[in-house]
Design a protein around this ligand. Structure first.
Ligand code: ARG
Length: 550
């Protein structure tokens, strides 16, 4: 039963295109119809209009009571009917509640994470991983096929520098012990004007397939991937495609040819560019004067290739806002090349992580912070809390990992994507308040109720509902709409905030409506079960796992 639709149907007999509002307080019903916009047409004051409508519209089985308050018509729905339907449906559909076929036969490509070889996995890459993963889950729920691509930064002039650095300052032992740290060290040393020509020459060699250059590059790449994989394992993230900029090396000439044929290339100081000044987008550099290619060249090539492969409905690039110009530029180039699908390429921007002082979170004590360390510290901290709260818990390590990752994911996703976030592990890990652990705890608490009852019989007959039960069920019923909203706005924060409200409703219920020794035991077990399905599913759309106990 869609109560809103039912009310609209009643109203439509008397007014054109009625729209409903949600009243600010329960005394004003579940839905309200404001009569103010009708005043001019009816040449009456809104209160009179509301009174007239009130006389004409009679309650139904689903709409129990209708009242007038000022210029509003207030509708009170039949709570028991709502409760029975919602609980019935959730217990039947389980985690599939809210699924749809909206995306049937449609593919969404998500370019995400994409750290750079021989560099530390950055905090921005973490955001990209978390947000990209959630967007994938949301789309999957609505029936889309999603393809998560990890597009490694594994090509470009910097590899010339890296090769020079390694040849001059590298040590095989150091490399083995601490690959990324050592590669970063030699890169920094070689990153000066002194070695510029040499570095450029090495990258050129690499693009031409020189054996020695390729061998070193491959070696650095493999070492880096191994390090990144450790991080993905802790995060519990997998990709559908592991790719990288290098993959497009031998396809770039055909892009350049295509740009030439379509008259888009201009020479500028011996380099090739697409001039986008007309669109206020400066110029997009395609080929340097030494013949090597650029980030944009590879992105253009990659996009064309991906469209051929996947015929995507949309391609989302989950990358920090600082690359806004780059995306605007190469989307424009694709459009100028005549690709209609270019308008379906979307840069999903995100803001920065800041430290507690509000500075860009990148360095600590002047040193680069390594992601694996941050994750490990968070896990250790989570474990400490568990040791204190529940020393007898089994599988503490795995549970600590899930709590730590849940804390970080939720700490990120509850914010508006474009905002900067304070990266504050202690706050993220708080078991109280608007945090991942609080939500996981609500699930575990619900689970503990079920563990205490012997027969887990459920019922679809819900009688004499109390206020907290009604509020919780109403919140549960909103889930499908919440999923749709987060899809429309490409915004996981909508689900994150919903999860918090849902958990708050549950905790209210938990404190006021005893389950075990109650005459309403069966109906309350049904409600607890329904809550568990939805909070679990809600968190899983954010990439967060639940635990049975914590
Ligand atoms: N590797 C890049 C960086 O770390 C991000 C790549 C984003 N994806 C893309 N298709 N450009 O800045």
């Amino acid at each position: 039963m869609d109560f809103q639709k039912e009310i609209i149907k009643l109203l439509e007999k008397h007014v054109k295109n009625p729209t409903l509002e949600i009243p600010p307080s329960k005394e004003l019903g579940d839905y309200a119809f404001p009569c103010f916009p009708l005043a001019r047409e009816y040449k009456k004051n809104p209160i009179e209009i509301a009174q007239d409508l009130h006389k004409k519209i009679k309650p139904t089985k689903a709409i129990e009571k209708i009242t007038v308050n000022g210029g509003y018509l207030n509708f009170f729905i039949n709570k028991e009917l709502l409760a029975e339907e919602v609980i019935n449906q959730i217990l039947k559909e389980k985690e599939k509640y809210g699924n749809s076929h909206l995306g049937k036969n449609k593919t969404i490509v998500i370019d995400m994470s994409s750290p750079n070889i021989a560099k530390p996995f950055g905090i921005g890459h973490l955001r990209s991983t978390i947000i990209g993963n959630s967007l994938s889950e949301i789309h999957k729920k609505l029936g889309f096929k999603t393809i998560k691509i990890n597009y490694l930064g594994d090509w470009g002039t910097q590899f010339g520098k890296l090769i020079v650095g390694y040849k001059k300052f590298g040590s095989a032992t150091k490399l083995k012990k601490n690959p990324i740290e050592h590669l970063l060290e030699v890169y920094v040393k070689a990153n000066s004007e002194e070695y510029e020509d040499e570095a450029r020459a090495w990258f050129k060699k690499l693009e031409l397939g020189d054996k020695e250059a390729l061998k070193l590059w491959k070696f650095f790449r493999e070492l880096s991937i191994k390090e990144f994989d450790k991080i993905y394992k802790i995060l519990g993230i997998k990709f559908d495609v592991n790719s990288g900029e290098s993959y497009y090396n031998n396809k770039m000439q055909s892009t350049i040819k295509e740009l030439k044929t379509k008259n888009l290339l201009e020479e500028s100081e011996e380099a090739l560019v697409v001039n986008l000044e007309k669109y206020n987008l400066e110029v997009c550099l395609i080929q340097k004067k030494d013949g090597t290619t650029l980030y944009a060249t590879r992105d253009i090539t990659a996009a064309i290739d991906r469209y051929k492969k996947y015929k995507f409905e949309k391609m989302l690039y989950e990358v920090g806002s600082e690359q806004q110009l780059h995306f605007k530029q190469f989307f424009k180039v694709l459009e100028l090349l005549g690709y209609k699908w270019a308008k379906n390429c979307i840069h999903i921007e995100h803001g920065l992580y800041l430290d507690k002082e509000g500075k860009k979170f990148a360095t600590r004590k002047g040193k680069t912070v390594f992601m694996e360390e941050i994750l490990q510290e968070t896990i250790d901290l989570a474990k400490k809390t568990i040791e204190k709260k529940n020393p007898k818990l089994k599988n503490k390590d795995e549970i600590a990992r899930k709590i730590a990752i849940g804390a970080i994911f939720f700490g990120d996703l509850k914010n508006k994507r474009n905002n900067n976030i304070i990266f504050d592990i202690e706050r993220f890990l708080d078991f109280e308040g608007d945090t991942g652990p609080y939500l996981q705890y609500s699930y575990a608490r619900a689970n503990s109720i079920l563990e205490k009852v012997k027969t887990k019989k459920t019922t679809f007959k819900l009688k004499n509902l109390e206020e907290p039960e009604i509020e919780l069920i109403k919140k549960l019923s909103a889930f499908p709409d919440i999923v749709n909203q987060s899809y429309t706005h490409l915004n996981p924060a909508i689900i994150a905030n919903y999860s918090t409200e849902l958990a708050q409703n549950f905790n209210e219920f938990y404190h006021k409506c005893p389950v075990i020794n109650s005459e309403y035991k069966e109906q309350r077990i049904s409600i607890v079960k329904a809550f568990m399905y939805i909070i679990k599913e809600s968190l899983s759309l954010l990439g967060i796992e639940t635990v049975q106990e914590m």
